[in-house]
Structures are given as C-alpha cells and as structure tokens.
Design a protein around this ligand. Structure first.
Ligand SMILES: C[S@@+](CC[C@H](N)C(=O)[O-])C[C@H]1O[C@@H](n2cnc3c(N)ncnc32)[C@H](O)[C@@H]1O
Length: 420
C-alpha cells in the first residue's frame, strides 16, 4: 500500500503540483477510495496502473483532492485596491482596457466579485476583460452556472447579494449581465505552455493555491506569473503566500493587509541582500496614500501556563512608536527600523507584535535565522500569533524543512478557520 500511495502522491505532484502533505491523510485516502469504489476496484495496484495510464482518471482523482474553498469578496481589501487602480487609469484615459486574470478561480466567486466591485464603484465593466481559470472541471461547471448557496456569502456585508443576485429557492443566481462578463477556461497553473498561451495581464489574482504546492512548484509558478504580468502590473496573492513574492522581482503594496504586489521594472531590480525591498513600498496608486500600513496588531495575553515574560499592553504611545518604526521601514531604512525595534523591546519589554515586526524586518534583510528566532519569541508570548506561524512556515519551506512548514501552516490554518 505504501509504495502504491507514494506512486499516486508523485503522480499528483507531477501533474498538478499538489504537495500531498498539505491535505490531510484521511482526505487523500478517501479520495483514492472514492475513485476505487467508483471503478469497483479493491486492489490499489490496479488503480495505480489505471491512474498512471489514463489522463481522464487522473482528472477525476484531481477533482477529489483539490480544495475549492472560496467565497464572494474574499479578502475585501484586494477589491478596494483594484478599484483604486482602475479609477486611476480612468483619470488618464477614457478608453482604457484592463486585462484581469483570476487563477485559480475555483467556483467563480473571485472573478464575479471583480465585476461586482466595478459596478459598485460606478465603473463600466466593459473597461475590463476578465479571464478565469481553474484545473477543476467540476468547479468550473458551478462557476459557469452562477448559482450559489450560503457558503459563498461569508462576508459580513451582504448588500451586494440583493443587488446582483436573484433568489431561486434557497440559492442565489448571479445576474446574467455579470455572468457573461467572465471568460472561464480550464487549465493548469503549473503548465508553462498553458499559462504562456493566456497572454499578458494588468492584474492577476492568484490567491490560495501556492500553499498547496511544494517549494519547487511554487518557484516555477511564480516565474510563470511574473511572465504573465505586464510591467507595473499588480498581483494579488493569499495572505499565507505573500512572502513567496519577496524575491526582488515584485514590490510589496503599502498595505500590510492587502497582499498585493507590483511587477518591478527589471532595470531597477537589485539583489535582495544588497538592497532589500522596503516592507511597504510606495505605489503610484491612490491606495498608497492610505498609509501607514500595519501588520495586524495583537494584544492577546499568553496562556497562563507560560512563565514570564508577559507582553506589554498596547498603549497609545506604543501605537505611535509602532507606526514610526513602520514608516522608517516603509522608507526602506530597514537597519534603522531594526535598531528602533530592538530599542523599543529593551525599554518596554517583550511583545509579540514587536518581535513579529522585527522578524519581518530581519527576514527582509535576508537574515532568516534571526527572523526565525524572533518569530518563535512572538509565538512564545502569543501561541496564536497567526502571522508568525505563517511566516515561520514559509521560512521552514525555504530551508527544505517541509514537515515543520506543514506543522506551522496547520496551526495557522486552524486559527484562521476559527476566526472565519
Ligand atoms: C482554495 S481555491 C482558491 C480560489 C480563489 N482563488 C480564492 O482565493 O478564493 C484553490 C483552487 O485551486 C485549484 N487548483 C489546484 N491546483 C491547480 C492547478 N495546478 N492549476 C489550476 N488550478 C488549480 C483548485 O481546483 C481550487 O479550485
């Protein structure tokens, strides 16, 4: 069974980039069992032969293991920034056309949210061409139908549902004028021949997929996204994936919570270690004027069983110093920002968010070992410090410590699921 399992794991990794460690063992077993039941097989070796030789069977197994989790206006801030960017282009020309890619689009909530965001902002959707791609035929069939249940509406603010949907029994059908604005296609993000064929885009949404890939595939996909994006184009990624884009080719948006990046001009690209990118680099977009950006602030106390030290509470003065250090980091003066963080920690005592901030700065300076130490300190004070968990998982991934990366990611995901 083990070698058969390994063959299927390898096949999935090769075909769709999936790192099976990122899905639970029971999900994986159930997926294989489900396919074997459908084929009336009870011998796994026979199934391995079948899935190895049939692309149709591999597609069906893929359907069982992918995670189609998504909802309308997931991470709303991304859509606000998108609108800012489009409004800015509109100021310069009345005849602009933005090419937008949603990859992966899953069941369509993300690309439809783009069109709804435009309509809400009073922008004619004829100014955009929206392409939406996913590997799952099952997800795409739902997307093209455009009929959704309550799981797709998880945001607090739901007035858009009354405006853009028609209720059909207990479900909601998206308005035809929106449905026909999105161009859906099936495709594999890990296949460069396919991604190359899509053309170039001004905006790319590539959210919540890289977390399911191993580091080699992540790198390959990011190379592909870099090619797909026009110079100065904007890319939105998932919150747990943002650090993967700090490789010198992208500029981070000024909003720590936006997970948006701009494609750098290659003529001004410098080695990350020689001249690190600022944490929050100024962009042209009006969105940039909404500084200062902040890592999410936490004031939670450590669990009682933890010994000293106790994190210092967040006071107005503390808030001011935090913002000041962020502004120094924003200006690209990372060494100076690091010294200011250390001074603050010395004077005011341990604090998870300050350790986290210093960890992010050290990581941006290319000092990943120091960053890991600091993030662990943040976790010691606040075992539920989600951002530290995610950054630790990415840093572990970078050093090839996959089991550790998975461990941190699972912890972080549990917290996120509780919060959502
Ligand atoms: C968690 S959803 C993300 C949807 C949306 N971007 C969001 O953030 O809400 C992940 C999607 O990735 C798709 N997927 C997985 N592997 C893929 C691949 N190699 N190429 C294209 N899509 C893939 C899955 O089918 C699934 O629909």
């Amino acid at each position: 069974m083990n070698s058969a399992r390994q063959k299927i794991v390898n096949l999935l990794e090769q075909a769709i980039g999936l790192n099976v460690d990122t899905v639970s063992d029971s999900t994986f077993r159930q997926a294989v069992q489900h396919r074997m039941n459908a084929l009336h097989l009870d011998d796994i070796e026979t199934y391995v032969q079948m899935v190895t030789s049939s692309t149709d069977e591999l597609s069906l197994l893929t359907e069982e293991v992918v995670v189609p989790e998504t909802w309308f206006f997931r991470h709303k801030e991304s859509f606000n920034i998108l609108i800012d960017r489009i409004l800015q282009a509109k100021q310069h020309s009345r005849h602009f056309l933005f090419r937008i890619l949603s990859l992966p689009c899953s069941t369509g909530e993300e690309p439809y949210s783009v069109i709804m965001a435009l309509l809400q902002a009073g922008i004619n959707p004829d100014h955009v061409y929206v392409k939406a791609v996913d590997i799952s035929k099952r997800a795409l069939a739902i997307a093209q139908r455009g009929v959704y249940g309550k799981n797709s509406f998880r945001s607090k603010e739901l007035s858009f549902r009354d405006t853009f949907f028609k209720q059909v029994d207990k479900k909601f059908a998206i308005r035809e004028s929106i449905r026909t604005k999105v161009h859906f296609t099936q495709g594999n993000i890990t296949d460069p021949t396919f991604t190359e064929s899509l053309g170039r885009f001004d905006i790319i949404f590539c959210r919540n997929i890289l977390i399911y890939f191993g580091s080699k595939t992540q790198k390959k996909v990011i190379d592909g996204l870099h090619t797909l994006l026009v110079q100065g184009g904007m890319l939105f990624t998932g919150h747990a994936e943002a650090n993967l884009f700090l490789d010198g080719r992208f500029l981070r948006s000024p909003h720590a919570d936006s997970f948006a990046f701009l494609k750098r001009n290659p003529n001004v690209v410098v080695e990350k270690k020689q001249e690190p990118a600022p944490l929050n680099t100024e962009m042209e977009s009006p969105a940039a004027k909404r500084l200062p950006a902040k890592p999410r602030l936490r004031t939670k106390k450590p669990k009682p069983k933890l010994p000293d030290p106790v994190p210092s509470p967040s006071t107005a003065k503390d808030e001011d110093s935090f913002e000041t250090v962020l502004l120094i980091a924003d200006a690209g003066k990372l060494e100076e920002a690091a010294v200011a963080c250390e001074k603050h920690l010395q004077e005011s005592g341990p604090s998870s968010r300050w350790y986290y901030l210093l960890g992010v700065i050290r990581d941006s300076l290319g000092q990943s070992e120091a960053a890991v130490g600091l993030l662990r300190k943040a976790l010691y004070l606040d075992p539920e410090h989600e951002e530290s968990l995610f950054l630790l998982s990415l840093l572990a991934e970078q050093t090839g410590e996959h089991a550790k990366a998975v461990y941190y990611r699972r912890r972080a995901r549990k917290i996120r699921q509780r919060e959502e």
